[in-house]
Design a protein around this ligand. Structure first.
Ligand SMILES: C[S@@+](CC[C@H](N)C(=O)[O-])C[C@H]1O[C@@H](n2cnc3c(N)ncnc32)[C@H](O)[C@@H]1O
Length: 626
């Protein structure tokens, strides 16, 4: 028997060995490479997306222009990280060499860096390898937004929030995009949804009683091939719907992204088609720019058919889904006025400021819905909902679209009933030109000089309404991508020019500018009251033919859209609020990205380049990381 001291020594060395092995295991764990994963589950994906979108969208770029992501579970606690740590990760990523191999390596390195952060290790504590792989894969999707080869950025949009009641973001192009381009840096992760999960998502978030508030199925898509609904999260979820969309869903083996189907200019929003019944029957509640321009959808008289008829219609089209019960009486309660804030629908804010919209286009007033045919080329379709989601005919079963159920019964119902009360006509009842609250001085001067007299706007036809009633409701018609693409390329580009400016300095200008401008609730109420009165008389004067509507011409950006990527377009460059052109890349003619983390510029035009006496150098020929 060894003496006690020897025994103690032996056990100590055993413990040390154990400790060493543990240490080695930890090292091994650290070195263990995460793998890209295809399969995710709803719960993990929702949780990961809330976590990652906070770190990699909200926290990056929290300068004067916060980008707020609507979360799957807004009550979750958000991670706390050192801004400097995040900054180092992103800085390395944005300055990597712009070739595919280097970019891929840089994204992996960024994810590794993220996994090493304390907040992230804590978050992943106890997770299985599978869960860690799913988290890392999802993180890589967000990091890809910041790679030097990227061509898009996330921005805030004010187009929908006043109705949907939630923060709304969108995707803008940072370089011209030609049809056919696959926007590989705009990916989404998918999780299959079981019936129970599908139902669960249709319930509203925990802040409200069931059926009230914001539902969580705002990013659910239906695969007709698999006959299943999926949760679709990641940067790709920020693509909004437009009835005249410019991108379509594109699925590769591992992920979902988008393909450009119409020329997209710098600063223009990327929009997909969610399906013809996503925003109520025939998208009657759609708030897209096209509907605004054509005075239909949420801007047409159909939209003011109250919520009651809505639910009936939805029942018959399969759009109405459980949990989407029409607003209760309380939705039409007195406080509703408080909620409706007059906004400039066309305002887009990015990390660099505001993209003020001077919309171009004079567009044909053809009714795209009427011409839509199911597309047989892709395999995703819109259809969020429940019992009426009838299986489609085989041809249609291949059609594509991104979609979730008509999502905001509460706010929509409220808006609808208000409008049926002859509340103020939405901004584009009178298809006036899109003027931003935040217009540049130069734009304002030009507008004042060139604006023709306001044209009388014929409202959407009542004939259309009758037709709608008579025709059998279309079941989940997916976007007519092929047909649409063809017509689109024939049509002139109809997109808006957005220039950058600063929101806060322009609020004053907003209040001068009319009912669609931002204002204080009190002023807003007054204005709405008078607008209500005037909308009644406008309604009375309305003529029935929408075709008769003449739209005020808008500055066209066709030239911008048509310019091939890489060409220099200094004179048409988007301008800031001061009227000066925004900084553009000397090589690829994109708007130069400015990436900030908590107000500190991580990458930007004059970062680290100063002239005499430390002042930023002017006329610096700068290449963006792309
Ligand atoms: C897939 S998400 C698109 C991204 C969304 N803006 C965000 O920030 O999460 C779909 C949601 O965007 C809003 N949205 C997108 N396009 C819309 C449209 N044309 N009309 C009304 N709401 C729209 C609705 O709130 C909808 O539930």
């Amino acid at each position: 028997m060894p003496p006690p001291t020897a025994r103690a020594g032996a056990s100590r060395s055993k413990e040390m060995d154990k400790g060493r092995t543990k240490g080695k295991d930890k090292e091994k764990d650290k070195d263990k490479k995460w793998k890209y994963t295809k399969v995710m589950n709803m719960r993990d994906l929702s949780r990961d997306d809330d976590f990652l979108s906070h770190l990699l969208v909200e926290k990056i770029g929290t300068g004067a222009v916060p980008l707020i992501v609507h979360k799957m579970d807004p009550s979750r606690r958000l991670p706390k990280t050192e801004a400097a740590e995040l900054m180092n990760i992103v800085r390395r990523l944005v300055s990597c060499k712009p070739n595919p191999t280097a970019v891929q390596a840089a994204v992996r390195q960024a994810v590794d860096g993220l996994l090493a952060l304390n907040a992230v290790s804590y978050y992943l504590k106890g997770c299985t390898d599978k869960q860690i792989n799913a988290f890392a894969t999802h993180a890589s999707r967000y990091f890809e937004l910041y790679t030097p080869t990227g061509s898009i950025e996330i921005a805030h949009t004010s187009r929908y929030s006043h109705r949907t009641g939630k923060s709304e973001l969108c995707i803008l192009a940072t370089r011209p995009l030609a049809p056919g381009k696959i926007i590989a840096e705009l990916k989404g992760s998918m999780a299959h949804l079981s019936e129970a999960e599908d139902k669960e998502l249709k319930r509203t978030d925990g802040k409200y009683a069931d059926g009230v508030g914001i539902r969580r199925d705002f990013s659910v898509i239906h695969s007709k091939q698999l006959k299943k609904n999926h949760l679709f999260l990641g940067p790709a979820r920020f693509v909004n719907h437009d009835c005249d969309h410019n991108v379509e869903l594109f699925r590769t083996g591992r992920y979902i992204t988008f393909r450009v189907i119409k020329p997209i200019a710098v600063g223009e929003e990327l929009t997909a088609h969610y399906g013809d019944g996503y925003f109520g029957r025939k998208n009657r509640h759609c708030l897209c720019e096209t509907c605004e321009r054509l005075g239909r959808g949420g801007y047409g008289p159909d939209a003011s058919d109250d919520g009651v008829s809505d639910s009936g219609a939805d029942d018959s089209t399969g759009i109405h889904s459980e949990g989407s019960e029409a607003p209760s009486d309380s939705d039409d309660s007195d406080d509703s006025d408080e909620d409706e804030v007059a906004v400039n629908l066309n305002e887009r804010r990015t990390r660099r400021g505001v993209y003020a919209v001077v919309s171009p286009h004079k567009k044909g007033s053809k009714d795209a819905d009427a011409e839509r045919e199911p597309d047989a080329a892709s395999d995703l379709t819109s259809l969020p909902s429940s019992r009426d989601s009838l299986p489609l005919a085989p041809a249609a079963a291949k059609s594509a679209g991104l979609m979730t159920p008509d999502p905001e019964p509460r706010s929509r119902g409220r808006a609808s009933s208000r409008r049926s009360d002859s509340s103020p006509a939405p901004p584009s009842h009178k298809p006036s030109p899109f003027r931003s609250v935040i217009a540049t001085r130069a734009q304002k001067a030009k507008e004042a000089a060139t604006a023709p007299p306001e044209s009388a706007s014929a409202p959407p036809t009542t004939r259309g309404k009758a037709k709608e009633r008579a025709a059998p409701a279309r079941q989940l018609v997916t976007p007519p991508l092929t047909a649409d693409t063809a017509s689109a390329s024939a049509a002139p580009s109809l997109r808006s020019v957005r220039s950058s400016s600063r929101l806060r300095t322009r609020v004053g200008a907003a209040s001068e500018a009319g009912p669609s401008r931002r204002a204080t609730p009190a002023k807003d109420r007054e204005r709405r009251a008078s607008a209500r009165a005037s909308s009644i008389s406008t309604d009375a004067r309305r003529e029935p033919e929408p075709e008769a509507r003449t739209l005020r011409p808008r500055a066209s950006v066709q030239a911008l859209a048509d310019t091939p990527a890489g060409a220099k377009r200094p004179s048409e460059a988007p301008r800031g609020v001061d009227g000066k052109p925004l900084p553009m890349c000397a090589t690829c003619a994109c708007v130069l990205p400015v990436i900030q983390i908590e107000s500190q510029v991580v990458w930007g035009l004059s970062l680290g380049r100063t002239g005499k006496r430390g002042r930023p150098r002017k006329n610096l020929n700068v290449d963006c990381p792309r």
